[in-house]
Design a protein around this ligand. Structure first.
Ligand code: GLC
Length: 464
C-alpha cells in the first residue's frame, strides 16, 4: 500500500447540490431497536451499489427515523470552543422530541480511541453516536466497535458528501462513518512580526528556519516554530508531511519504507529545528493544544496546526494575537515544488452497535451532515464535508483557510488496515525518540521500519 497523494480539488471540491435523504422506502426496521441486528458480513457483488465513487452493499435494514424521539448521548472531542453545544442547541430546536447529551472526550485522538474502545467493547449502549477520527474505520469495523451505517441509511444518503470522503469511511463494502468535517494542516504566521523584520511568508522549510531564527535572535518572539512532537498520532501526521515533501512514503507496495534517504531528510530536518533552537525543546511533549497555546499567547512566530486553529487564533477570549495572524500552505523543502503537504485529517460520526435508540441516532447523524450543521462547522473554520456547503461561494467568508485548499497537496496515512494503530505507534514512538535526542535519526528510522513491518504482519486490531 502506498500513501495516496491527492489534491484537495479531487477530494472535496466537486460541484453539485446535496442529495435529499429518502427515508421509509424498502424494509423498515423497528425504530426503537438498537443496531445489533445487522452484523457485518461481506456482501456479494449482486447486492452492491455504486455511490460517491465507491461500491457499497445495498442497505439491509432501512430505518424510518422521521418520528424519532428520546435521548441520545453524543461523544464529542472538539479541542476548544463551543461548537458542540452550538450544534446540539440547533438540533434540539429543530427536533424537540430528541434530547442530546454531550459526553466530552479527550482531545488526544489515541486516548479518545482507547476510552471509546473500552466502553463499546464492554457492551455500553452509550455514547449512541461518537465523533471518531478519519483513520478509524478499518479498525473500528474490524473490531465491531462501529455499526455499518450503510445498512440503515438509503444509498442516496452518501451522495451528499464531497468526492473521496465516503471511500475513506468504507471498509469491506460497507460505510462505517459519516464524514463530519475535514482537517487540513496549514502554516500560521505572525504577519506583524514578518512586516516588522521585512521578511516574506516563507515558501520553503529552510526559509522558515532562517526567518524564525532571525526573529527570535532579534527579540521578536520567544520561539520560532511550534508544532506537534509528542509521542502520539499527531506526530505521525507532522512527520508524514515532511516525509511526503521529501519524496518518501510510509509504505511502498505494502512494505515499510522508512529506512530511506527521504525519511532521513524528513526526520533530520525535524530534529534540526530543535537543535538549532527554532523549536522549543519541549516540542516532544506538544500536542495540538500546547503548540497552539504557545502561538496564541504570542510566544511563537510560526505554528503548524489544523484548519480550526484559525478560529482559535481569532478568538479574543483565548488569543493575544487577534488580527496579527496570517495563514498559508505549509512550506516545502527547497527545490521540491510550490507548496507543501498536508496530512488528510478530520472527524466522522460513528454509530455505537449497542445503541438503544437507533432512530434518534440516525436522525442526529442525518442533521449533522445537513447544510445547517455544516455551516455552523464552517463558521468555526472546520472544513464542511458536504458538497452543498463545501462548494458554496459563501464558504470563503468564514475563514481564509478555505481559499487555500486548492494549493494544498494532500497525503493520507496508511489507515486502510485494521493494524494501523500499531503502524502509527511504530512511527510516532521512534520519531519522538529521535526528536528527544535519545536515539540517532538513522537508528530511529531503522527501528520504525522493522516495527511497522511487524505490525503489518500481525493480526487483529493492532494490539492497541
Ligand atoms: C486532528 C485530525 C486527525 C488526526 C489528529 C492527530 O484531530 O483531524 O485526523 O488524527 O489531529 O492529532
Amino acid at each position: 500500500m502506498k500513501n495516496k497523494v491527492k489534491r484537495w480539488t479531487s477530494v472535496a471540491l466537486a460541484s453539485s447540490a446535496a442529495a435529499a435523504l429518502v427515508v421509509g422506502c424498502g424494509q423498515t426496521s423497528n425504530t426503537g431497536s438498537g443496531a445489533n441486528g445487522s452484523a457485518s458480513t461481506s456482501p456479494s457483488s449482486a447486492d452492491m451499489v455504486n455511490v460517491a465513487g465507491v461500491q457499497i452493499a445495498k442497505p439491509t435494514h432501512l430505518v424510518n427515523y422521521k418520528n424519532a424521539s428520546g435521548t441520545i448521548v453524543w461523544a464529542e472531542s472538539f479541542t476548544t470552543g463551543s461548537t458542540a453545544s452550538e450544534l446540539v442547541s440547533a438540533f434540539e430546536k429543530k427536533f424537540p422530541k430528541i434530547k442530546v447529551k454531550l459526553q466530552v472526550q479527550p482531545s488526544n485522538t489515541d486516548t479518545n480511541r482507547a476510552d471509546l474502545t473500552a466502553s463499546i467493547s464492554g457492551g455500553s449502549p452509550t455514547p449512541d453516536v461518537y465523533m471518531g477520527d478519519v483513520i478509524w474505520p478499518a479498525q473500528f469495523a474490524h473490531s465491531q466497535l462501529a455499526a455499518p451505517l450503510s445498512d440503515y441509511l438509503p444509498a442516496s444518503f452518501w451522495t451528499r458528501f464531497s468526492n473521496g470522503l465516503v471511500a475513506g469511511a468504507t471498509y469491506d463494502g460497507k460505510v462505517y462513518a459519516a464524514p463530519l468535517f475535514a482537517d487540513t494542516a496549514f502554516l500560521y504566521y505572525r504577519k506583524d512580526l514578518l512586516a516588522k523584520y521585512h521578511l516574506p511568508v516563507p515558501k520553503t522549510w529552510q526559509q522558515l528556519q532562517q526567518e524564525a531564527s532571525y526573529i527570535v535572535k532579534h527579540g521578536g518572539a520567544k520561539y520560532g516554530f511550534a508544532w506537534q512532537g509528542a509521542d502520539y498520532e499527531g506526530l505521525t501526521c507532522d512527520f508524514n508531511e515532511y516525509l511526503a515533501d521529501a519524496g518518501g512514503s510510509v509504505l511502498t507496495n505494502g512494505k515499510a519504507t522508512l529506512d530511506t534517504p527521504a525519511a532521513k531528510q524528513a526526520l533530520s530536518f525535524m530534529r534540526g529545528l530543535i537543535t538549532s533552537g527554532v523549536t522549543p525543546q519541549a516540542v516532544d511533549t506538544f500536542q495540538e493544544p500546547q503548540s497552539e497555546n504557545v502561538f496564541t499567547q504570542g510566544n511563537a512566530v510560526f505554528l503548524r496546526n489544523w484548519s480550526y486553529a484559525w478560529a482559535d487564533s481569532q478568538d479574543p477570549q483565548s488569543s493575544k494575537v487577534v488580527g496579527k495572524v496570517g495563514v498559508a500552505p505549509l512550506p516545502t523543502f527547497a527545490g521540491h515544488g510550490s507548496s507543501g503537504y498536508s496530512t488528510v485529517g478530520g472527524w466522522d460520526l460513528y454509530l455505537n452497535p449497542h445503541t438503544k435508540n437507533l432512530a434518534a441516532a440516525l436522525q442526529f447523524i442525518d442533521w449533522m451532515t445537513s447544510p445547517q450543521a455544516q455551516e455552523i462547522l464552517a463558521a468555526n473554520s472546520e472544513m464542511p464535508t458536504i458538497k452543498a456547503v463545501a462548494d458554496s461561494p459563501s464558504l470563503a467568508k468564514y475563514s481564509p483557510v478555505f481559499a487555500l485548499l486548492p494549493k494544498v497537496k494532500f497525503v493520507s496515512r496508511p489507515s486502510q488496515t485494521p493494524n494501523y494503530p500499531a503502524v502509527s505507534k511504530a512511527i510516532y514512538d521512534n520519531v519522538n525518540a529521535a526528536l528527544a535526542g535519545s536515539v540517532p535519526v538513522a537508528q530511529a528510522l531503522k527501528d520504525a521500519n522493522q516495527q511497522i513491518q511487524k505490525a503489518l504482519s500481525g493480526s487483529g486490531s493492532g494490539g492497541l
